[in-house]
Every structure is written in C-alpha cells, then in structure tokens.
Design a binder for this molecule. Structure first.
Ligand code: FES
Length: 392
C-alpha cells in the first residue's frame, strides 16, 4: 500500500536487506529505543482524547514512560512519569482524570497540571526543599494534525524538517495535507492491534506494494494500479487512482461519504500514503483519513493504534462507517499476519546475512540506510596523536 513511482523500477541489481539480527535481538532493539525513539518526534496521542482539564494518558516512548495531561488552561503538557522525590511512577493507569493535581501514591508529593511541585507532607518544616527545583521533568510537545507529538531529546530536531518535511516531501506541496483539515476531523473508529513483529518489518511492508497482488484483493479491487506490485512511496505528489467502477474507498467499492470540503480536484478519487519516520503512517482518501501510530515494545512486538477519521458531520449523523473502516482493517490484518509470519525467520541462520530487495522494493534500502545512520556512533574527537609531529 503506497503511492506510485510512476515508472516501474525494473532492472538493476538486487540490494541486501538489513541482517537478521537487526530484527531479532533485544540488543538491537535497545539501541533503536535510545537512538531513534528517544531522539525523534513521536506521535503519542490524539489531542481530542484528552478533552477536559485533568484528563491524562501515559505513553511508553523508548525506555521511558511519559505522562500527558491537559492543564487547567486547556493546554497539553507532557512530563516524564517519574516523581522527583524518590522516583516512583506517578500514574500507572494508561488513562484517567485527576482534579487539579497529580499526587504521588508513595509519600503524597503533589504536582499541579503544569508539573510544579505544589504540596508535600511537612513541606512547611523543610525550608531547604526548593519547590521550584523539584517539579516534574518536562517533555517537548507539539500539536499537529490533531495529534500530540513528543520528543525526549534534550535538543529536539526541527519539527518542521523532520515531521512536516516528511509529509511535504511525499505530497510535494506543504499545503496539500492542509486540504484534509485532519485536525478538525472526528474519530469514527479506533482499533488497537498487538502485532508480534519488529517495527521495521511493519514500515518496510507499508513502503512497498510488491505484496499487494498476493495478499490484498480488496485493496487492489479499489486501487487496481496496486495489482502491478510496482507502487511505492517514492513518487512525489501523485496519488493512486481509484478504479473506475469504485464509488468509494470501501471494502466492496460501494459509496463512501462526501468528499472532504477543501481537498483539491487532483486529490479526489485518489489514495496517498505517507510514512513519517519512525512510527507513523498516514493514509489520505477523499472522504476520510487513516492514521497509524506504532508503539514498539520489544524486538518482536509492536502495538499499533489505528484511527479512522471522518468529517464531524458524518460521525454526528450516526452514519454507518462499517464498510469504510473494513477495507483498511482487512489490509491491516493481512499485513500484520505476514509480518508475524516473517518475524521468526529473522532469527534463523538462513537469514543471518539478511535477504534481498527486488527492484520494486529498492526504495526500502533508503530506509535501511537511515536506520543504520541513526544507530551509528557519532564521530569521536580527533586523536591528538594523529597530527603532524612537532619539533623535537
Ligand atoms: Fe513520590 Fe515519594 S516517591 S512522593
């Protein structure tokens, strides 16, 4: 499932994949947690999931757990989910609501919804305790497309370059995504999948369509170009056309919903797929948007939350989104099943040196180069003994 290259990339030599151990060892996953998921912008949750002040959600990112809460001013805040007293996890629930403070269950230190320490037992008798120095550790947060994106890095990379830039790079125009008004859409359905496969297998699968004719009959019926297997996300700006007989992006090609009001004519009856590394897939069709967020938790385990988003009036009307949701739900199940089937092979001696990418998958090599680059040690300081020798 992805957008077309335009020309079929036939010919050329095969490219090696990453070796099997990159997908099958706790050590490689630990390095990815540190160098990738704790370093880049991570799409954590849908802003509307935390509707009212005091609503919170906890999100695993890399080796950390992050607490995201809506403060009394109605803004989202994110903190490491660690009490500054003795390090206890403040919130163990995945989601919930507090009134005005976050209270640690161990010794009852309490923090306001901006993370400041506001109360502690015997606080008045401890003048040496500087409240200002013992708040919760903040985490960088940006909201875009109706989602909260977090970054654990001390100096986060440019959001415009890394996140918006990925979308612009795929669509060819920074305003193209705006036409879908994703931040104004309403949640029609969310399905959470627990996939026993390495997160990179899921990205690689999403990036290529060599497998589409084999495992995605419903998708190919709506997007016949995918039947050629030569679709990829390397084409800039051009979406995949719907079949002439398809009336909508639904499991049986039947009628969907009205086209989102601001999309351009060249976006109508077309499908666009975007990967925002390291953990987001965005699918755009004329009447809805599908957003996948991956939460890798082990070298062989990834939770995926998939949201189907529609115009608010579609959801408010109580319209049946079932056939619309079912198309990509089937695609998800088909994809995740083959990724789970692939995962055990990653640890086999047969795959020790990896496999190959055929020409239709060649662009996945760029993803592998990116992963390898992210995991590489930065160049160290120059060795002082390497310089020209001085006199004497
Ligand atoms: Fe949280 Fe003591 S560890 S109050």
């Amino acid at each position: 499932m992805a957008a077309p290259t335009g020309a079929a990339p036939d010919g050329g030599s095969l490219i090696r994949t990453l070796p099997g151990h990159a997908y099958s060892t706790p050590e490689s996953f630990a390095r990815e947690q540190e160098r990738i998921f704790e370093a880049l912008w991570f799409c954590a949750l849908r802003s509307a999931d935390l509707a009212a002040p005091g609503a919170f959600r906890t999100v695993p990112i890399g080796r950390e757990n992050v607490l995201v809460v809506r403060n009394t001013a109605g803004e989202l805040r994110a903190f490491l989910n660690v009490c500054s007293h003795r390090g206890t996890r403040l919130c163990t629930e995945e989601s919930g609501t507090v009134r005005r403070t976050l209270r640690c269950p161990y010794h009852s230190w309490s923090y306001d919804l901006d993370g400041s320490l506001v109360a502690a037992p015997h606080l008045a008798r401890m003048p040496q305790l500087d409240r200002g120095a013992h708040g919760l550790r903040p985490v960088a947060l940006r909201e875009w497309l109706g989602y909260a994106w977090l970054c654990l890095a001390d100096r986060p990379p440019s959001f415009d370059t890394e996140v918006r830039g990925a979308v612009t790079g795929r669509l060819g125009d920074g305003a193209a995504i705006d036409h879908y008004r994703v931040d104004t859409l309403a949640l029609g359905r969310r399905i959470r999948y627990d996939v026993r496969a390495n997160w990179k297998l899921l990205i690689e699968n999403f990036m290529e369509c060599y497998h589409c004719p084999t495992i995605h009959p419903e998708l190919v019926a709506v997007l016949p170009e995918f039947g050629g297997g030569y679709a990829a996300q390397t084409g800039v700006g051009r979406g995949v056309a719907f079949a002439e007989e398809a009336r909508g992006f639904t499991v049986d090609g039947g009628e969907g919903f009205g086209r989102l009001p601001e999309i351009a004519d060249h976006q109508d009856r077309r499908y666009f797929a975007i990967t925002v590394r390291p953990q987001v897939f965005i699918n755009l069709v004329p009447d809805h948007v599908i957003v996948h967020r991956m939460f890798p938790y082990a070298y062989d385990g990834t939770v995926i939350e998939c949201d189907w988003l529609y115009a608010p009036e579609v959801i408010a009307s109580g319209a049946d989104t079932g056939r619309s949701v079912e198309l990509f739900h089937r695609v998800n199940e088909q994809d995740f099943a083959v990724c789970e089937r692939t995962q055990p092979g990653m640890a086999s001696r047969a795959y020790r040196a990896g496999g190959v990418l055929v020409p239709a998958e060649r662009h996945i090599g760029e993803f592998h180069s990116w992963v390898t680059g992210m995991l590489a040690d930065p160049p160290g300081p120059p060795d002082p003994t390497d310089g020209p020798e001085g006199p004497g």
